[in-house]
Design a protein around this ligand. Structure first.
Ligand SMILES: [Zn+2]
Ligand SMILES: [Zn+2]
Ligand SMILES: [Zn+2]
Length: 106
């Protein structure tokens, strides 16, 4: 029987009860068979709201945890310089953050 349960563990099907150690949205369980700790987060996220610049933030309606996700207004890709293998750079029109590709070797 124990062998069967260990096979289930190897398949990721652990046994044991989920408990809520901290906030109400995060659950943890320790497998009764192999002792592996599993974590699961189940936040009840609200809608993203602008949080200055390009950052958008959402809050969990239950525990108040925050999650941020930037949404940049990228301009077109431009070459960083006039060299043969120059990387391309694009700049956000709103917060001026820039992002570049690795140099391309053509
Ligand atoms: Zn297990
Ligand atoms: Zn939460
Ligand atoms: Zn931006």
């Amino acid at each position: 029987m124990d062998v069967l349960r260990r096979i289930l563990c190897a398949m990721g099907r652990h046994s044991g009860e989920w408990s809520h150690p901290g906030s109400r949205c995060e659950m943890v369980r320790v497998c009764a068979v192999c002792g592996k700790t599993e974590e699961r987060g189940r936040h009840d996220w609200g809608a993203f709201a602008p949080a200055g610049g390009c950052d958008r933030v959402r809050h969990c309606l239950r525990c108040g945890a925050t999650d941020s996700w930037p949404e940049h207004d990228w301009g077109p890709w431009l070459y960083a310089n006039t060299e043969f293998n120059a990387p391309q750079v694009r700049t956000c029109r709103r917060c001026q953050i820039s992002e570049r590709t690795t140099p391309t070797y053509r």
